[in-house]
Design a protein around this ligand. Structure first.
Ligand code: BGC
Ligand code: BGC
Length: 782
């Protein structure tokens, strides 16, 4: 449904003038346009087409026909514009970096002179006043300018990084970052948080979310570790697929497209730094790096964003192999590929594989990039691509194909019918939405790693009889630290912004028994003193928020000051629980070995309640590490899928402080049996397993059940075990349940052959052993 939107006064005058200008260029549309503008409705009203109206405006016509009709009316420059994405900051204030109110002359340059087809808000780029209603008003205004002033009234696609909730918008509920959701091992939770995010995004008029990330977390030094669902390709793929489904099936004010990023192999930072060239063998690429993207693409993602790095000497942005052979020809992707930030230009400026910008654009476009996230230079891109066409470097057919895909996405999202949203509804739809879901997701992401007995009693949950609870540590009362990067600002919440939410200290205060005294010890001295007669001391440690290269660290460890604090408090001899708020496992050093250790990740605005829910036993912890926790700095990159022989021939090189899949609960579970439905299957067939699990303890809870596969003998080196399937089972005390899990054939496939690794992955014949807990089942593939 189209909605009426009231414009600020200065907009109304702009609009009137523009409408006349547009009419001069296209008199046939002048009446319809002026009427439409006056009523605030879309250019192509839903319902029966008016006689004589262009085919592309007929909402009932098949999308392919609408695209063809529209392309047939467009000039080359207009088509080129569809392939460009510009940052909104170029249309605000001074048209450069100032931000602020949208400005008509800047909008004219971008949307009118260069007919740019897509706009993005990069991290932290929002309206002058950061409220949902102002976001909706800003996006509507950009949209309205494009619809009214482009000769053919083509709406823009507006993109944003809503990677853990609608995180740029002040007051939006912030969910845990992906790494925390990875710890839930729960596709349903990911589907729900992603759908909630999409509803918030839609309420502000935005149609495109650059989420989810399908990269892997294998190098703890890498600044984008926390943006992944973990180190395992199967887990990351299942959760990224759930993210895509959640975003694209959400029922909000608009439809929202998801983006699978960063395709492909972005997470192999050879030296631990963001966006650096990597050398990966074709076998590792095919068997480990590509599967999660593929799973997410096949879940229906409408767009794919390209890796900023280079693989084996070829920037992904110029790789025809990745962007066309693999993505389109092998996987059947039909949507839009967008470059990452300034990456088309980077082919010239950073990678030096193009002599000038037109050459760089040609390389990217011919490899398969449909849209360049330019994001600052509309003129440069338009002229550059135009020059590339004039030089014969890019064919008009390829331009039609790329622009056609962008237009098809706009038609599919319904943008020609419903480009606007009602700003009056945005605040209610976004502010504090789905807080319960955020609290549950954060609680389910908590991973309890240690829970030692202190004088015969488990340290956690904290007893109802506790009289004195001390809370210490630099992150105990730090909402900004708790939400991490990509929150309000790109690198994290900027100074001076007050983010609504609940810190761990506040969560503990709210959850503690009425008879307990909660003492916040702010200095190490206070903490050490107060701890001496405390029933328990909770020390909240962590790392500073950051994003991309700004979050790279050569030493992923707890700071010396934090280690010293924990040690001093522990020396008091009373129970100590360390809570870690961080986007990656940090080597603990002197802080290791406390009675309790809880990994809380970057749990978002409801994180304080979620942590308290687990500390006080309202929630039985169920999270499991989606990554490996190195013992000490220097162990990176660390992940469980080490190849045999990595440790000089020893059984396994894998020596984690806490292994992939680790996590305790307040009850006792057992895996009682694993059986295969059939003792043998053909290559390419899925394997069905039945797993019986039980709860032998006294509390209800959710048990995450990973099933690993290993092969006694394999033609090429293979990790001793790989995750093959997983599920989450709810079990009441004393309950036993049998669940069926399906192992997709792809989870068994490896790339055969010699070291060129050029063959397609396939399932070798032979024995496969499936393990859950201590139980195994064997299946022969023949
Ligand atoms: C990041 C992407 C992001 C884009 C837009 C890039 O720097 O790599 O993940 O979607 O910026 O903000
Ligand atoms: C980053 C983007 C980010 C933007 C924010 C860029 O340098 O690469 O991801 O959105 O800055 O201003």
């Amino acid at each position: 449904m189209s909605v009426r939107v009231s414009l600020p006064a200065r907009w109304r005058t702009v609009t009137a003038r523009r409408a006349t200008a547009a009419g001069r260029r296209h008199p046939a549309l002048v009446f319809a346009l002026v009427t439409a503008c006056a009523a605030g409705v879309a250019i192509a009203p839903a319902g029966p087409a008016r006689a004589g109206a262009p085919r592309y405006l007929d909402a009932g016509a098949p999308v392919a026909e609408r695209v063809r009709d529209l392309l047939g009316r467009m000039t080359l420059d207009e088509k080129i514009g569809q392939m460009d994405q510009i940052a909104v900051i170029r249309m605000q204030g001074d048209c450069e970096w100032s931000g602020g109110e949208l400005d008509e002359t800047c909008m004219k340059t971008v949307l009118d002179d260069h007919a740019v087809g897509s706009v993005l808000s990069g991290g932290g780029m929002g309206p002058a006043r950061n409220t949902p209603a102002e976001w909706a008003t800003m996006v509507n205004a950009v949209q309205r300018y494009a619809v009214r002033n482009s000769r053919l009234h083509i709406p823009v696609l507006y993109g944003v990084d809503a990677v853990h909730g609608h995180n740029n918008v002040l007051g939006a509920t912030v969910f845990p970052h992906q790494i925390g959701l990875g710890a839930t091992w729960d596709p349903r939770t990911v589907r729900e948080t992603s759908a909630s995010t999409a509803r918030a995004v839609a309420a502000t008029g935005i149609d495109w979310n650059f989420s989810p990330v399908a990269d892997l977390a294998r190098d703890q030094r890498w600044g984008r570790y926390y943006e992944t669902y973990g180190e395992d390709p199967l887990l990351a793929g299942e959760l990224a697929a759930a993210g895509v489904e959640g975003i694209e099936t959400a029922r909000g004010a608009k439809r929202v497209a998801a983006t699978v990023k960063h395709f492909a192999g972005y997470s192999e930072p050879s030296n631990g730094h963001d966006r650096v060239p990597a050398d990966v063998s074709p076998r590792y690429l095919q068997d480990t790096l590509l599967p999660p993207y593929r799973r997410a693409v096949e879940a229906g993602a409408r767009t794919v964003m390209v890796n900023s790095g280079a693989l084996n000497g070829v920037p992904a942005t110029s790789s025809r192999h990745l962007l066309t052979t693999v993505l389109r020809e092998q996987w059947g992707f039909t949507g839009v590929t967008v470059s990452d930030w300034e990456d088309v230009r980077a082919l010239q400026t950073k990678y030096k594989i193009a002599a000038d910008y037109p050459e760089a654009i040609a390389l990217a476009v011919n490899a398969g990039v449909d849209m360049a996230m330019e994001p600052f230079d509309a003129k440069g891109f338009s002229e550059g691509l135009r020059t590339a066409v004039d030089r014969g470097l890019v064919s008009p057919r390829r331009i039609d194909e790329a622009a056609g895909r962008v237009l098809r996405l706009k038609f599919e999202l319904g943008l020609f019918e419903d480009p606007y949203v009602d700003p009056a509804e945005a605040d209610a739809a976004v502010l504090g939405a789905d807080k319960d879901l955020a609290r549950r997701a954060a609680a389910d992401s908590q991973v309890l790693l240690r829970n030692a007995a202190h004088q015969g009693r488990a340290t956690l949950p904290i007893a109802d009889s506790a009289k004195k609870i001390v809370v210490a540590g630099p992150y105990a009362d730090d909402i900004n630290g708790q939400v991490g990067g990509w929150t309000i600002g790109w690198q994290g919440v900027p100074k001076g912004v007050e983010l609504p939410g609940t810190t761990v200290l506040e969560g503990i205060r709210a959850a503690a028994p009425a008879t307990a005294r909660v003492v916040h010890a702010e200095s190490a001295e206070d903490a050490a003193r107060e701890a001496t007669d405390a029933d328990v001391t909770v020390v909240v440690v962590g790392e500073r928020p950051g994003a991309e290269g700004g979050a790279d660290t050569p030493r992923p460890e707890l700071s010396t000051a934090q280690q010293a604090l924990v040690k001093r408090v522990a020396d008091a001899g009373r129970p100590v629980v360390v809570v870690v708020l961080a986007g990656r496992p940090l080597a603990l050093g002197d802080a290791a070995g406390t009675d309790g250790l809880l990994m809380s990740w970057l749990p978002g605005t409801e994180g304080g309640h979620a942590v308290a829910d687990v500390l006080f036993g309202k929630v039985n912890p169920s999270g499991r590490l989606p990554v490996s926790w190195p013992r000490r700095v220097g162990n990176e990159p660390m992940y469980y899928q080490q190849l045999p022989g990595t440790n000089g021939g020893a059984e396994s090189a894998y020596d984690a402080a806490y292994a992939f899949g680790a996590g305790l609960s307040y009850t006792d579970y057992a895996v009682d049996a694993v059986t295969a439905e059939r003792a043998s299957v053909r290559p390419g067939a899925p394997v069905r397993l039945r797993v019986t699990v039980s709860n032998d303890g006294s509390r209800a809870g959710d048990l995450v059940v990973p099933v690993h596969v290993s092969r006694p003998v394999s033609e090429v080196l293979a990790p001793p075990r790989k995750l093959a399937a997983f599920t989450r089972v709810h079990l009441t005390p004393g309950q036993s349940r049998t669940v069926t899990l399906t192992v997709p054939a792809r989870a068994l496939a490896v790339t055969p052959g010699d070291l060129d690794g050029a063959d397609a992955p396939r399932v070798e014949r032979g024995r496969y052993v499936f393990t859950a807990g201590q139980r195994t089942a064997e299946v022969a593939v023949r």
